[in-house]
Design a binder for this molecule. Structure first.
Ligand SMILES: [Cu+2]
Length: 115
């Protein structure tokens, strides 16, 4: 008799603590979720134009660290979203640009002459 009572009490206590455990993480998710929604289109990178290929729609840029792609400084070729963007810059220009991964390719979506 005593054993059954004890088992019932343990089972009861087990349910209560299980409920308490599932409720707690759910409540603490709320405040930390706000810190994830910060990375946006404002990730501009500085660079210098090395080569422009208007027919291929490509540009070679000696770029600084690309924070949104976690890429160190280097000189490399990017595709541009719109070939007309290449009319706004010249070889040797300092530029500010935004690049993102689109279907496995690195595409420059914004390109501005910088200083
Ligand atoms: Cu690179």
């Amino acid at each position: 008799m005593n054993k059954i009572l004890l088992a019932a009490l343990l089972a009861c206590a087990g349910t209560v603590s299980a409920v308490a455990q599932t409720a707690e993480p759910g409540a603490s998710t709320q405040p930390s979720a706000g810190s994830t929604a910060t990375a946006t289109a404002a990730d501009m990178t500085e660079g210098e134009v090395r080569r422009i290929d208007k027919t291929a729609g490509k540009i070679s840029i000696k770029h600084g660290e690309i924070k949104n792609l976690d890429m160190p400084p280097m000189t490399m070729v990017f595709q541009v979203k719109d070939a007309a963007m290449l009319d706004t810059v010249n070889v040797g220009d300092k530029v500010r640009f935004h690049v993102e991964k689109q279907g496995g390719a690195l595409v420059v979506t914004e390109l501005h002459p910088g200083q």
